[in-house]
Ligand binder design. Structure first.
Ligand SMILES: [Zn+2]
Ligand SMILES: [Zn+2]
Length: 199
């Protein structure tokens, strides 16, 4: 199932196949700090959650504006990608060898085809890191992950790796280097971004 990808201003575009993946909502502090760093609080839901679709990296392809793709690292081995043009979050990756990208809803252009996110991706399967939520979760929030979901996800990820679905990797070159030099936040920058969280 093809889905167009597009940053808010349209400079960066791409296409993806969302036939396999896991939709979840992440309430972790780093995801919130990422939105804050980009000055895009609109990406988060009312409780600070980020709507993410974890899918094979090789199924994401940039078709325009790849020069504006930037990388941010919170020093925990997670590479967070966004567009420099309009500061749209693209997604999160865990290094060149992990065949998964957590694509963020803000970069998916469901509206282009007049379809809702739920229609294209199905409802979120679970929520994670809800202890970092900044407000009450909506009554219809997805449940925490079950053991069964964890196991199924692990098996799928292993399958993607076996089938080589992590490649071609649009975020890392063949030597495993990020295609855009990762900007690593200093501890004080990070503290400043997280600090707002406690208010
Ligand atoms: Zn843009
Ligand atoms: Zn997160």
């Amino acid at each position: 199932m093809e889905l167009p990808l597009r940053c808010r201003c349209g400079h960066v575009q791409g296409v993806t196949d969302v036939s396999a993946g896991f939709r979840l909502v992440c309430y972790c502090k780093d995801c919130q700090a990422f939105a804050r760093f980009l000055e895009r609080p609109d990406v988060l839901d009312a409780a600070g959650g980020t709507d993410i679709f974890q899918m094979p990296t090789g199924r994401v392809r940039f078709t325009a504006g790849a020069d504006a793709v930037r990388c941010l690292s919170f020093s925990s081995g997670i590479f967070r990608w966004y567009t420099e043009c309009c500061r749209t979050p693209i997604g999160n990756t865990a290094g060149p060898r992990f065949p998964v990208v957590g694509l963020i809803h803000s970069f998916m252009d469901h509206e282009a085809a007049g379809r809702s996110r739920d229609h294209v991706l199905g409802p979120p399967l679970c929520r994670i890191y809800e202890r970092s939520a900044v407000g009450p979760l909506p009554p219809d929030a997805a449940a925490p992950p079950s053991l069964r979901l964890f196991a199924g996800r692990a098996a799928s990820l292993f399958g993607w790796w076996l089938r080589g679905l992590g490649r071609p990797n649009p975020f890392f070159d063949d030597r495993g280097a990020p295609r855009s030099v990762a900007r690593v936040l200093t501890p004080s920058e990070r503290a400043a971004l997280n600090g707002v969280n406690g208010v």
